[in-house]
Structures are given as structure tokens and as C-alpha cells.
Design a protein. Structure first.
Length: 431
């Protein structure tokens, strides 16, 4: 071959290389322009897939994002985004391929999937996937997903140049996809926060605005949820005969599910309070209704009392809740213990009811386990004895002041430890 022909071949080869480079730059510029025009994750992914399908001349493409919320599987769930304008060939990305990408995190080119010895494929499966390129999507050194194209429409199949181009597209697209995903998560979080704020306001409105005024008595209650919404509940209800029904409950769970159950408990209990003549009957009917309307895993502990100020008597029943403390004016005290199980455990249960005098100077303290079991950084609980000690140290104080002293002591005990449970207190004092 003459020197002239050799030189001509070099020029033709260089021209072809430059042509491919120009085409690649055009593709990359087109994709960059398209995906930079939106922050919508679905649109970003769809645009990337559509451009890959068009320029690589394949039947189908997909972006599979790692679902970081799925912690149960050793191979995290891949969320597929499939090109909607492709030929619509059915395909199933085999777990082996997904696993290979998660393990190796490098480009994978296959032109004959059936005969590729890295994977076990049953010839009888009649797979629609014949060839594919899969490349990792990596953002800040972390794999966030996989970009894959399937079945090149030319007979020669995929080339190393195709793999290189898809790798560049993946590198260009990964951060845009991650940014769009974070933006979507931020939007969803803001919506959730708005919903939680509304739920918190609704829940706060379910609690008593103020305690009833009774001659010779003072009542107070507070509830501090561990999250925006809580599962603790307290209430005061003035009955037609002048008696005061009151309660303090703690539903199972935390957050929104607990808040929903708390609302159910409040509606159920208030409905039964008006219709029932005694504490035992109120708990039995409420228990039956809660059992009928909730899952077996949902339940609520509750102390329920009826104060008769005319006769200075207290009738009470307990559905598996912490035993309240009754402190007499001389400092002697007792725990109000009765037999009972949490509401919703069994369809029917016979609760016991006790009646005791409410003597002058006595203080009754109801609390949730968020108070008694509040822990510090050393995982030491606050314990019920400290509640008693605080009340004994402030026997001359009113209910609101006593509640303030207890809450301050709990916070001081917890120190830097985060509040792990709802904290609720009810204090009733006879002067």
C-alpha cells in the first residue's frame, strides 16, 4: 500500500473518530439541556431514558434507583423507570444482574445473555432480553442506582464505544438524578410536616382547654408528646349530677398511629362517660368498643376515676395503667391498685372498681410511663419514687405548681437524653 493510501486511511479513521466524538458531544449536550430544565424526578429519569433509547438505537431503557428505605433485603429494592415510548417489549431484570451490579459497581456489557457464563439463564425462559449494557449511577462516590439499555437494534450488537458513551451519560446524569430525588424528598417531607402540624393542632384541641372548677378542689393536667403528635391522653368531664369523671391513658405505639388510636379512645370514652353510672361499667363498654374497632396489636392503658365532690369520695377503675399515688395531708400515701387489663386486649373483661374517701389536704397524682421511665444518658429511669418525693416536698403547692416541679425534675434527670416517650400528668388536690 502506498504512503498516499496509508495517509488517506489515517485521515478517514480520524474523520470517523471526530464524527463519533461530535455525535457523542451532541448527545451529551442534548441530554444535559433536557434534564437541566426540570427538578421533577420522574421527568428527569424519563428524559434520560428516552434520549438513551433514541441515540443508542435500543428497544428499551431503564433507570433503577436504590431504595434506601428497604432495609430488610440484602439486595436493596430497585425502583424501575422504563421508557414509555419504546416498543414496550416485556422484560424482567433478573436478580442475578441486579446483584452483579450491586456487587461490582462497574459497567456491564452483554451481547448474548443466554450464553454469558456469569449468569444462569434457563433457555426455556424465552427471554426478550438478548443484549444489554448496564452502568452504575454514582453520586459523590456512592452508588445510587443503575442505568441500563436493552437490545440494540443492529446485528453487531453493543460496542465498547456504546458502553463508554452510556458510562459518560450515567456520570453526567447521576448528580442531577440525586438532586431531583433529594428535592422530591424535601417536598414530601414538607408536606408531611404540614400534615403533622395539623394533626398536632387537632390532637391538642382534643385535650381539655382548662380543668373544671370545683369548690374545695383544684385540678390540672398537661401532656407533652415525644414527637409532634402523641399517644397519651387525659380528660376531665363534668357529669350531669355534678360529679367529675377524669382519666389518663397511654395508647400503644408512637407518632401518627398512636395519635389516631388516642383520638379513637377519646371519642369512645367520652361517649361512654355520659351513659355509664360507674367507672367499672365505663371501662368495660369502652373496652368492648375499642376491641371491635382496632387491630389486635393496638391497645391502651387507662386509669379512670369519678370524683364526687359533694361526698368527697373517689371511685376508680384501672385498665392496666400505672397505679396513681394518693398522698394524704400528713404525708402517708397509697397506690390506687385495682385489677384490670389494657383496653382492647380482650373483647370482654370484668374490671374491678374501688371507692375511697378524698380527705382534706390529699393530693392525687396520675402519670404516664413517659414520666416514671424517662431515662438519662446512662439509661437510668426517673422512677415513681421520685414523683412521690417531689409531691411530699411541695404539699402546700397547687396542682399546676406540683406538675411544674415534676416536669422540671424529669428534664433535669434526662439531661441531654432525648425525650423518648410522651409525658402526661394529672394532679387533683383537695384543700
Amino acid at each position: 500500500m502506498s504512503d498516499q493510501n496509508i495517509e488517506l486511511k489515517k485521515i478517514q479513521s480520524e474523520n470517523q473518530r471526530l464524527k463519533v466524538a461530535v455525535e457523542e458531544l451532541s448527545v451529551l449536550n442534548e441530554i444535559a439541556t433536557a434534564i437541566s430544565s426540570t427538578m421533577d424526578l420522574q421527568k428527569v429519569v424519563d428524559l434520560i431514558v428516552q434520549k438513551c433509547v433514541k441515540h443508542l438505537k435500543v428497544d428499551q431503557g431503564a433507570v433503577m434507583l436504590l431504595d434506601e428505605s428497604d432495609k430488610k433485603s440484602s439486595l436493596q429494592t430497585m425502583v424501575r423507570k422504563v421508557d414509555t415510548v419504546s416498543s414496550g417489549l416485556p422484560f424482567r431484570l433478573d436478580d442475578q444482574l441486579t446483584g452483579w451490579m450491586l456487587k461490582n459497581q462497574q459497567p456491564l456489557l452483554i451481547n448474548d445473555l443466554q450464553s454469558d457464563n456469569r449468569f444462569q439463564v434457563n433457555p426455556d425462559d424465552n427471554l426478550s432480553i438478548k443484549s444489554q449494557i448496564a452502568v452504575p449511577l454514582q453520586s459523590k462516590g456512592r452508588m445510587i442506582g443503575v442505568l441500563t439499555v436493552f437490545n440494540r437494534r443492529s446485528e453487531e450488537g453493543f460496542s465498547e464505544d456504546d458502553k463508554r458513551l452510556l458510562t459518560i451519560i450515567a456520570a453526567q446524569s447521576a448528580q442531577v438524578i440525586e438532586t431531583a430525588r433529594l428535592y422530591l424528598e424535601e417536598q414530601q417531607y414538607q408536606i408531611m410536616q404540614q400534615d403533622m402540624n395539623i394533626a398536632r393542632q387537632i390532637q391538642q384541641n382534643l385535650l381539655p382547654k382548662k380543668a373544671p372548677l370545683i369548690d374545695g378542689y383544684a385540678l390540672a393536667g398537661v401532656s407533652y408528646p415525644a414527637t409532634q403528635v402523641g399517644g397519651d391522653y387525659y380528660d376531665f368531664v363534668t357529669l350531669p349530677d355534678g360529679k367529675i369523671a377524669f382519666c389518663l391513658g397511654d395508647v400503644s405505639g408512637k407518632g401518627m398511629p398512636a395519635a389516631m388510636l388516642m383520638s379513637n379512645l377519646q371519642a369512645t370514652l367520652r361517649g361512654q362517660t355520659i351513659n355509664c353510672s360507674c367507672a367499672r361499667e365505663c371501662l368495660e363498654k369502652s373496652n368492648f368498643l375499642l376491641y371491635q374497632s382496632t387491630d389486635s396489636e393496638k391497645y391502651a392503658t387507662l386509669f379512670y376515676g369519678i370524683l364526687d365532690p359533694a361526698n368527697n369520695r373517689l371511685a376508680y377503675a384501672n385498665a392496666g395503667h400505672n397505679h396513681p399515688i394518693m398522698i394524704a395531708g400528713d404525708g402517708s400515701h397509697q397506690r390506687l391498685k385495682t385489677i384490670g387489663i389494657p383496653l382492647g386486649f380482650l373483647e370482654r373483661f370484668e374490671f374491678s372498681e374501688h371507692t375511697i374517701p378524698f380527705a382534706t389536704g390529699s393530693i392525687l397524682v396520675l402519670f404516664s410511663d413517659g414520666i416514671s421511665e424517662a431515662m438519662n444518658v446512662f439509661e437510668e429511669e426517673f422512677e415513681e419514687e421520685r414523683i412521690l418525693d417531689i409531691v411530699l416536698a411541695h404539699m402546700d403547692a397547687g396542682p399546676n405548681e406540683i406538675i411544674g416541679h415534676i416536669i422540671d425534675a424529669v428534664k433535669k434527670h434526662a439531661g441531654e437524653a432525648a425525650q423518648s416517650d410522651d409525658m402526661t400528668l394529672v394532679v387533683i388536690k383537695r384543700f
